[in-house]
Design a protein. Structure first.
Length: 153
């Protein structure tokens, strides 16, 4: 603390500004990490409560949704692909898989999965409670098309 006070009072404007910037960045990083952790915990709690009596696949879906908030792109994509094969009627998993594919810059995979999800959602085989994901899937499909158009050829 004495060193900080000495630098602030005797180090001149440049040192004072540099220290102020460093402290501001440190505080911003700490707040960002705290917000990310709070969001992750809130998402995990909400999904856990929603699927409290659910199957193992529901618990894995909760874990995957939590991963979606993080930066573990390859892990998310791999896990979601496996879950999608296991829970083939879950449009939520399809949606999460498309999001993970986009984050991994796998635009073609995202487009193919979104198209397959929407085709399934429009079929009689899709459970009615899953059809509530159709609007989000259509929005995601538009985002995927934008990403594909913006991608270098």
């Amino acid at each position: 603390m004495a060193l900080l006070q000495a630098l602030l009072h005797g180090g001149g404007v440049t040192v004072t500004l540099a220290l102020t910037l460093a402290l501001t960045l440190a505080l911003t990083l700490a707040l960002t990490l705290a917000l990310t952790l709070a969001l992750t915990l809130a998402l995990t709690l909400a999904l856990t409560l929603t699927h409290a009596a659910g199957t193992a696949a529901c618990r894995r879906t909760s874990t995957t949704a939590t991963l979606t908030v993080s930066s573990l792109t390859v892990a998310k994509l791999t896990l979601l692909q496996a879950l999608r094969m296991e829970e083939d009627e879950s449009l939520e998993l399809w949606y999460l898989l498309c999001c993970a594919a986009l984050q991994a810059d796998e635009v073609e995979l995202a487009a193919a999965e979104a198209a397959a999800a929407l085709e399934f959602a429009g079929s009689d085989a899709c459970p009615e409670d899953e059809k509530e994901w159709m609007e989000q899937l259509h929005e995601l499909q538009a985002d995927i098309a934008e990403s594909a158009a913006a991608a270098p050829q």
